[in-house]
Structure formats: C-alpha cells, structure tokens
Design a protein around this ligand. Structure first.
Ligand code: ZN
Length: 237
C-alpha cells in the first residue's frame, strides 16, 4: 500500500452495524424484524396502512439511538479526519453510527431512521421522536404527509448522482460488511474498478461478488479495519 490514493470511497453495509449489536434488518428468510417486507417496506404498504408502517420504524428508533459505533466506524472517522486525501462514505445502513463516530461525509443511500420526508414539499424532517400520520411538516406546514425517509423496495436509492460521481472519481474503493447481493450497490465495485480504482473487500466471509475485488480481508471489520486505516495513514507520512 502506498500514499497514492487521493479519493477514497468506502461502501458500508449491515456487517459493520452488526458488530455494534444491530441485527441485520433483512434476514435470509425475507423478514424485516419479523415482519414481511410487503407489510413494512413497500410504498403500497405505506399507502395501505401508513400508521402501521410509521409505528414499525418508530419502534426501531430507541435501539438505533442507543447503539454505539464500534472500532470500524471509529477507524473510518479517523481516516476522514487525518488522511491527506478525500474520504467519503456511502452506506446502506439506516442507523447513524458513522455520524456518531465523527464521520462527516456520509451518504445514506437507503435513507436514515431519524428522518422523515414530506411527500408534499420533498423536504426532510430530522428527529428521533415518533413520526405519525398527524405529524406536521416544519417546512411547508402541511400535516399528515410525512413518510419515513427509508428507501422502500421499488424506490430509487438516494444520492445516486453524488454516488455516481464518487465512484468514477475514486482511486481506492473499500467495501465493508456488505453481502454483495443487493443491487445496485453490489455493482458499485465494478464501476469503481472500471474507472481505475483499486478495490478492497472487508467481510466476515467471502461475499457473493468477492471475485470482483482486488484484495480480500476476512474477519470482524472491527478488528481488521483499524490496522488497514493505520497503514493508509502511515503511507502518506
Ligand atoms: Zn413539507
């Protein structure tokens, strides 16, 4: 490794949050916290029963508010703060553990739990309080039009223009704790590679798209990522 990287892009997924004790929302059997995806994570479900869907996300808030960043989150925050080049994080996680660790350039492509978006004006309300079918938008003043700012199945990911730009610009792409099965995020590595980036995978075990990466580091990312960050920081001294 050497200090040639000017633009580092880190993609994080459920694996990094799991090491902070947060369960993977989407289990192998297709349930989200024991609910069917069709009941809590689609636009149709929200239109059918908005109170129920709001309640589902409200119920997740206390655990996510309480969760603490682990040494992988802290290492990435340290990298952003101390590295001479640019460091951006694109995360699939709806928790705010990167922010709690101190990272500033974080793009939540699947949304975040502490936000609701107004379907009337499109602006975002940031709150850890419950949001329901009566909640008033602080921007346009309309009540009852707030939707959890969580990307439901069938909806477009957030920040994709920015992500596309970051992918074409990065010279180091690091994937941390992602399963490699959920597209389009699973294909980000190909885009980064196409534009000339070196690519690293940090996972508990090989992801299904692991053959797309140049380098693989298997094990708990809370243990493997800090030394990787240390090497990166040393490489530019
Ligand atoms: Zn509004």
């Amino acid at each position: 490794m050497n200090g040639q990287y000017k633009h580092i892009l880190v993609l994080t997924g459920a694996g990094i949050s799991a090491e902070s004790g947060l369960a993977t929302f989407r289990d192998a059997d297709g349930l989200w916290n024991n609910h069917k995806v069709d009941d809590v994570a689609t636009i149709e479900a929200f239109e059918r029963n908005p109170a129920f869907v709001h309640q589902f996300y409200n119920d997740m808030k206390p655990e996510l508010l309480k969760a603490k960043p682990n040494s992988a989150h802290l290492a990435l925050a340290k990298l952003e703060k101390e590295y001479a080049g640019e460091v951006n994080i694109v995360t699939q996680n709806v928790d705010t553990l990167h922010e709690k660790a101190g990272s500033q350039k974080v793009y939540h492509i699947h949304g975040q739990i502490n936000q609701a978006v107004c379907l009337n004006c499109g602006r975002v309300l940031e709150t850890w309080d419950d949001v329901d079918t009566q909640t008033r938008c602080p921007h346009c003043g309309i009540s009852g039009m707030m939707k959890p700012n969580i990307v439901f199945f069938g909806e477009s990911l957030l920040y994709m223009d920015k992500v596309t730009q970051l992918l074409s610009n990065c010279d180091l792409f690091v994937s941390v704790g992602t399963s490699g099965v959920v597209y389009p995020a699973a294909g980000f590595v190909q885009t980064a590679k196409y534009h000339g980036a070196k690519t690293y995978e940090f996972n508990l075990e090989a992801a299904s798209n692991n053959y797309l990466f140049n380098e693989h580091v298997y094990g708990k990312c809370g243990e493997t990522l800090p030394s990787f960050v240390y090497e990166l920081l040393e490489s530019v001294k």
